[in-house]
Design a protein around this ligand. Structure first.
Ligand SMILES: Nc1nc2c(ncn2[C@@H]2O[C@H](COP(=O)(O)OP(=O)(O)O)[C@@H](O)[C@H]2O)c(=O)[nH]1
Ligand SMILES: [Mg+2]
Length: 683
């Protein structure tokens, strides 16, 4: 691709395509590239030949698995389109793309029942003041009229949705549209720009009323326009465009377009609107609080590529970056086109304001970090990765890869900050956490492709513990006579339950040196040895052990003998104390749109939950928060269940709360499984 040809005065502008999975974002990118003449023939997601969706993981799944910047020049203006994944699991990835965009195109299916999925997207865009166009796609397959669709979408948006054109119907299908601003009618043409037809041919009686509705929405933000409308005088087209541009840029309204990406319908219209209304980088720069200086760029994505190493995708917010410039205190060379989906192709000499560059062999921080000539700093505004919702235990299939495992996992988490890795001491497991099973399995495929690392996964173990329900006084004697001098130790202890959270305590009330002071630490060590695994097979907690009597032998007693008897007293004593299983309980808040609350509540109940009540979700109109206490053992598929009921958008937050007794059949199952596992491990 050529670099700095006919420079557009606005620099390179960026739009991010957001929207639910499978709404047609990748297809729309393809259509925009075709309409702008960037490509001569459109690829198809199902044929695996689109310009974005290039990774092996995306091709295999026929869905976008990472953000992909794609370059386009339309009527002399430079653009980067960021195709974002729509899968809820990959939300952080799409937010990274949106954070460096000047505007977003939100693509939706034409189905009223699915509009609820737009809520979190609009919220995110509100929060970061990102202007957005709503593109109602697949209009060829609409469920209901455009009016129905808009009525279903409006409650999801805090800003008024302003329909910019209305469909022309031919029987049950949409055959074209009337542009309400220009008052022109267009007929869709398959795989071509629409053809202008006369308004008479269009016979669209609804147009004047729809136009008036549009103007009334604009008048809410302008008193002069309101006066005009009240006096029944209509504004000129030019004036309407001015209002639309201003209100869009200032995020007061959401313009709505309709079309069909797959058939090139409404695509030129979208490009024209972008051309006139999407603000340049300078406007976004001011909004984002990008630090002053002649040059500023922001890393928005880290990628590790085989043979290349770390690649940082950066948007240049201010100034232009030239080969050899100092960036973050180091020399930047070998600048690559950051909007070339296959990357590491297309070396560029200069990266202009607004444009994206792929940097290698230079440290420019993590996603979100801002580089100026001499420093790298955290951004004032960036996004935190969402709470983890799903986890698996991972290990290298081949032991010889153990060394590589840690480093590769760290890189994959750097690429995707919504992944995290934790070593759990109690279970000795390495846990990979993320947003759902798809998320984690994509990560595991990446590990294979990028680092030739084959991962084995297991369901993470629940760190059960055990305690006792009653106390006992226990005597133990260790005596062995063999050859020379033997071993002798004798103790009496009182074992007692303690309140939850106390751990294991050891003390003594020995008088008269019946157990000499110097042996007492050995007794304690022996006792502790046997709290690592109690009679049920788990770590023993909330138990006090007091040594109150004993005997020793001048020659045969030793630390070793007392340690042994310390172990014995626990092995013999604990089973008589009514051992009981403890399971970890989490405080969970499940968040769903209130239309799903009762159904989700029922589903949550299936997870042995104790429902603590529900309330409205703070700051989220139309959403509820269901509070519950849920055992960790029941959390595994919680997100899958919530999503299956809530159009994929329900979510939860969980925090460890406490350990709680588990008895009955559930406990028996756990203990049996543990015995089997320990038996297997010990051969
Ligand atoms: N009927 C119809 N299908 C479309 C249209 N646009 C996209 N699709 C189909 O919708 C599916 C998902 O498209 P894709 O671009 O991968 O969606 P994304 O997940 O939003 O990127 C694909 O099978 C497309 O062929 C359209 O305008 N009409
Ligand atoms: Mg896609």
């Amino acid at each position: 691709m050529s670099d700095t040809h006919d420079k557009s005065p606005k620099g390179t502008r960026i739009v991010a395509l957001l929207g639910p999975q499978s709404s047609g974002k990748t297809t729309l990118v393809e259509s925009m590239l075709l309409a702008s003449g960037t490509i001569a023939k459109r690829g198809k997601v199902n044929d695996g030949n689109t310009v974005s969706d290039t990774s092996a993981e995306a091709r295999a799944r026929k869905m976008s698995t990472e953000l992909t910047p794609v370059r386009m020049n339309y009527l002399g203006d430079d653009w980067v389109l960021i195709d974002c994944p729509g899968a809820v699991d990959l939300v952080h990835e799409s937010h990274q793309g949106a954070m460096i965009a000047d505007a977003a195109i939100v693509v939706t299916d034409p189905d009223p029942a699915r509009m609820v999925a737009l809520g979190p997207i609009f919220r995110f865009l509100d929060e970061h003041k990102i202007p957005r166009i709503l593109f109602i796609n697949k209009i060829d397959a609409a469920q209901g009229t455009v009016k129905d669709l808009l009525a279903a979408a409006q409650p999801q948006s805090s800003r008024p949705l302003v329909l910019r054109h209305i469909p022309i119907m031919k029987g049950q299908t949409v055959s074209g549209y009337v542009d309400l601003v220009a008052e022109r009618a267009y007929q869709y043409k398959l795989d071509q720009p629409s053809e202008r037809v006369s308004m008479d041919v269009a016979q669209n009686a609804a147009a004047p009323e729809a136009r008036r509705e549009m103007l009334e929405k604009l008048a809410d933000f302008d008193d002069k326009l309101l006066e005009k409308l009240l006096e029944d005088s209509l504004p000129e087209t030019g004036e309407v465009y001015q209002h639309l541009t201003k209100d869009f840029t200032e995020n007061l309204i959401v313009p709505v377009l309709i079309g069909g990406a797959e058939h090139q319908h409404g695509v030129t219209r979208l490009l024209k609107e972008m051309r006139h209304e999407v603000p340049p980088a300078a406007v976004t720069t001011a909004k984002r609080g990008i630090p002053a200086g002649s040059l500023a760029g922001q890393t928005f994505k880290t990628i590790y590529a085989p043979h290349v190493g770390k690649i940082s995708l950066m948007r240049v917010w201010r100034g232009s970056l030239k080969d050899g410039d100092t960036l973050g205190g180091h020399r930047a060379s070998n600048l690559q086109d950051g909007a070339e989906p296959k990357l590491a192709k297309g070396k560029v000499a200069v990266v202009d304001t607004g444009n994206v560059v792929a940097l290698t062999k230079i440290e420019v921080g993590h996603a979100g970090d801002i580089a100026t000539n001499d420093a790298i700093q955290k951004a004032k505004q960036w996004i935190e990765p969402p709470h983890a919702l799903f986890s698996v235990a991972v290990s290298a299939k081949d032991r010889k890869d153990d060394v590589k495992l840690g480093d590769s996992l760290r890189k994959i988490c750097d690429e995707d900050p919504s992944l995290s890795i934790t070593q759990i001491a109690e279970t000795s497991e390495l846990i990979l956490r993320g947003q759902g099973d798809i998320h984690l399995y994509i990560a595991i495929e990446r590990l294979k492709r990028k680092f030739d690392l084959v991962i084995e996964t297991k369901q993470p173990q629940v760190p059960y513990r055990e305690t006792i329900k009653k106390g006992v006084n226990q005597h133990a004697r260790h005596k062995r006579q063999s050859g020379g001098h033997g071993q002798f130790a004798d103790i009496k202890v009182e074992i007692k339950p303690l309140p939850r959270g106390s751990g294991v305590t050891f003390g003594d009330t020995i008088v008269g040196g019946v157990v000499p002071k110097n042996f007492i630490p050995a007794v304690e060590a022996g006792v502790m040895d046997n709290t690592v695994r109690g009679p049920l097979g788990f770590k023993v907690v909330d138990v006090s052990v007091n040594l109150y009597d004993g005997q020793y032998h001048d020659v045969d007693s030793s630390d070793q003998a007392f340690r042994t008897v310390g172990r014995m007293v626990m092995t013999e004593g604990l089973p008589q104390c009514e051992p009981v299983l403890l399971e970890p309980i989490y405080d969970v808040a499940v968040y769903v749109p209130n239309e799903f609350t009762s159904k989700v509540q029922r589903a949550v109940n299936q997870h042995r939950a104790q429902i603590l009540g529900f309330d409205t979700r703070e700051g989220w109109s139309g959403w509820d928060a269901i509070k519950a206490a849920i055992p960790e053992a029941e959390m595994r598929n919680l997100i899958t269940d919530i999503r299956s009921i809530s159009q994929g958008i329900g979510t939860f937050e969980a925090k460890f709360s406490h350990y709680q007794e588990l008895s009955g059949r559930d406990a028996d199952k756990v203990v049996q499984a543990r015995k089997a596992a320990l038996g297997a491990a010990h051969g």
